[in-house]
Design a protein around this ligand. Structure first.
Ligand code: ADP
Ligand code: MG
Length: 236
């Protein structure tokens, strides 16, 4: 199956369930289809399945709630990080169910996302929104305060080419951080360029994507990992 055909299948399944957004495992699957480096993950439907998935993926592990009613998982106690063994998985599995049941009683829990815990590093964000006049645009910035407070981001209309991706990375004011200023790890720029190009390609092939948020992406000296992915679909 081509990436586009499988991706369209995921999108129409979400539509069929009356959703105009993808759940994290769906969004990450879409990203993986287009070659983007997401954390390894599986969806577990029971405590035993969560333990089996964790052993396949390897510790440390992160558990997250998968629910159509919950867009901000950590706000409701739906994300537990850094689990290091079967007992911790079982305990966290139950704790997420309790947290979600008490804080969002109407939420339907479709499963628990079991995923690889990415080592912390410099955090970047890749996003996309549709400009009402010009169409899909792609955004790049550093994570946390850089985007939220300083709005230190770069934008381009898609599709972009390699030179555009290079410029997007170089033109943010915090670029020196990616260069490894003050003893910070130097970011793998080639991987960042690839992420921007592959995201642009995904946006071109899937016009149903109205908004995308890969946030955060941990960038290492070699490689990167997308830790959370959110995709909003066009209104129908
Ligand atoms: P939310 O729906 O609340 O945005 P996230 O999936 O983004 O939930 O998780 C909240 C935070 O937990 C992330 O911003 C990140 O700091 C951390 N986190 C989540 N998943 C992972 C992971 N697989 N590896 C490392 N850190 C993670
Ligand atoms: Mg998040």
């Amino acid at each position: 199956m081509s990436p586009k055909v499988e991706a369209e299948g995921i999108i129409s399944k979400a539509r069929g369930e009356g959703r105009s957004f993808l759940l994290e495992p769906e969004a990450k699957r879409l990203c993986a289809l287009y070659g983007l480096p997401v954390t390894r993950f599986e969806v577990a439907k029971s405590e035993d399945e969560a333990v089996e998935a964790a052993e396949r993926i390897g510790y440390p592990i992160v558990l997250k709630v998968v629910s159509p009613q919950i867009l901000h998982k950590s706000d409701v106690g739906g994300v537990i990080l850094n689990l290091r063994g079967e007992e911790e998985i079982r305990e966290a599995y139950r704790r997420i169910h309790e947290n979600v049941k008490s804080r969002v009683p109407e939420a339907v829990i479709e499963g628990i996302l079991v995923q690889e815990m990415a080592l912390s590093s410099t955090e970047v964000i890749v996003g996309a929104i549709k400009d009402p006049t010009f169409g899909p645009t792609i955004m790049f910035g550093l994570g946390g305060i850089f985007v939220e407070i300083l709005r230190d981001v770069s934008f381009r209309l898609v599709p972009i080419e390699r030179v555009d991706a290079e410029e997007m990375i170089r033109e943010i004011r915090a670029y020196k951080i990616l260069e490894g200023a003050r003893g910070l790890p130097k970011a793998d720029k080639e991987t960042l360029i690839e992420i921007l190009l592959k995201t642009s390609n995904m946006l071109m092939e899937l016009p149903e994507i109205s908004e995308l948020d890969l946030n955060p992406i941990m960038v290492y000296e070699k490689g990167a990992k997308i830790v959370d992915a959110r995709i909003i679909l066009e209104k129908v």
